[in-house]
Write a protein that binds this ligand. Structure first.
Ligand code: AMP
Length: 212
């Protein structure tokens, strides 16, 4: 299965992507994680994207598309993948279609998680993330021991771009302006799957498996 997952920040994309990835045995590729790792490892690429990511702006399309093109050429994605956070606009969606067409594939599904703005903001403010492996937590659902990741033992912290209310609102604005139009595009192609993102992670996941 080849699928993309989108929805407003705090809709639960990261959590659900991990579950889908485990169930369908496909790698979950999150552009946000790729960027954060590059920044924290101090690579040249990280240096190029740092100011955008930390201020809640979009990384330029050419850099983002190139990183996805490289990632989708690797061996582990040849039997399927899930993209979390890409595409983020219509230009990136066209680029993704071209990359897949070159490989002889197309997308099977575009999953959108819907939550009202208040829920989205509340979730982002309580959100915490492992600084090593990117696993998601929440102040209401912390790791078992003292903000240490259950999976890899990394420090669980607040994301830099989640700390400032104005940056959070900026990212939500960008979602509505640039990413939400993807719904109409994927609906036209007959692959849009809309899922209500409110409720427990377990309930949301049940809705997702029902539509996939
Ligand atoms: P996320 O973890 O998906 O919320 O992404 C965190 C940040 O990474 C975003 O606010 C952007 O700065 C950047 N980013 C992630 N995915 C993309 C993308 N597809 N295009 C441009 N910027 C992106």
């Amino acid at each position: 299965m080849r699928l993309v997952v989108f929805g407003p920040q705090g809709a639960g994309k990261g959590t659900q992507s991990q579950r889908i990835s485990e169930k369908f045995e496909i790698p979950a590729i999150a552009t946000g994680d790729i960027f954060r790792w590059a920044i924290s490892s101090g690579t040249e690429f990280g240096g190029k994207v740092k100011s955008y990511v930390e201020s809640g702006q979009m990384v330029p399309d050419d850099l983002t598309i190139e990183i996805i093109r490289q990632r989708l050429s690797e061996d582990d994605v040849q039997n399927g993948f899930l993209l979390d956070g890409f595409p983020r606009n219509l230009f990136q969606a066209d680029a993704l279609d071209r990359i897949l067409a070159e490989q002889g594939y197309k997308l099977d599904a575009a999953l959108v998680l819907e939550v009202p703005q208040e829920v989205s903001e509340r979730r982002i403010l309580g959100r915490r993330m492992c600084s090593q492996c990117g696993r998601n937590y929440h102040i209401d659902n912390p790791p078992k021991s003292d903000w240490t990741c259950d999976v890899c033992g990394g420090d669980v912290v607040r994301r830099q771009d989640d700390k400032d209310d104005e940056k959070v609102r900026q990212r939500l604005r960008l979602y509505h302006e640039q990413t939400e139009p993807l719904k109409a595009r994927y609906a036209d192609k007959g692959i849009l799957r809309e899922v209500e993102g409110q409720g427990t992670p377990h309930d949301v996941f049940a809705r997702i498996t029902a539509v996939l």
